[in-house]
Design a binder for this molecule. Structure first.
Ligand code: SF4
Ligand code: SF4
Length: 213
């Protein structure tokens, strides 16, 4: 028969010992973060919200190839490519991403999609505040993911830099929009010439139909 373990201290001291742990913790450095009042800076390579990048003249880098969607283990990306025309051009080459959606209810922020992207169109930012109250709001559209316009850029659609081809864009030979570049009319989005003239900055979100899966 196993021997009973010997009591080393009287039983009534056990609660006091428990409070001792609490008492010691009172003088330790606090680890509590005062989020969201104080936001912590993430590591530089933290995987946050995605971004669809532009060339230095504002044309889009995405060519609608869907490689990111195929690489995604969570089936969180939906892409539909379309052909550019000289009258309505979104990227320097033949194709562009007409519809682009990321479902953040599915995304696990693993980064496999950005590794698969052949044009570096898709990268990830440090933004981590992705919570929302509805499933539909967690599906980000192309307009929400597209990078803003820096100096020297013109919003899409617009003509390719005169005398340059798609390869020249990837060689870094285009550094800003050609002088006199004007935004074209996005006829495929049902836009009229008057609307095109009034659009100078990035487009408003939610003009793209959200495909819920
Ligand atoms: S980060 Fe991972 S889970 Fe999220 S969209 Fe990209 S591949 Fe899919
Ligand atoms: S983001 Fe990259 S991988 Fe995805 S469709 Fe566009 S070009 Fe292809």
């Amino acid at each position: 028969m196993a021997e009973e373990p010997k009591e080393t201290k009287p039983g009534f001291l056990n609660p006091v010992a428990g409070f001792g742990v609490t008492f010691k913790a009172m003088f330790k450095k606090r680890l509590t973060e005062q989020y969201p009042e104080q936001k912590k800076t993430t590591a530089p390579r933290f995987h946050g919200r995605h971004q669809l990048n532009r060339h230095p003249d504002g044309l889009e880098k995405c060519v609608g190839c869907e490689l990111c969607a195929w690489a995604c283990p969570a089936d969180a990306i939906y892409v539909e490519g379309a052909d550019n025309t000289d009258e309505e051009r979104y990227s320097p080459g033949e194709r562009y991403g007409r519809v682009y959606q990321i479902n953040y209810a599915r995304c696990i922020l693993c980064g496999l999609c950005i590794e698969a992207c052949p044009t570096r169109a898709l990268t990830m930012t440090n933004e981590f505040e992705l919570a929302d109250s509805s499933r539909a709001d967690l599906i980000y559209t192309k307009e929400q993911l597209l990078a803003g316009l820096d100096e020297g850029m013109v919003d899409t659609p617009h003509a390719i830099y005169p005398g340059m081809d798609e390869q020249d864009y990837y060689r870094g030979l285009v550094t800003e929009a050609a002088p006199g570049t004007e935004r074209q009319v996005a006829v495929s989005k049902g836009e009229s010439p008057q609307e095109a003239a009034s659009t100078s900055g990035p487009e408003e979100p939610a003009s793209e139909e959200v495909i819920r899966r």
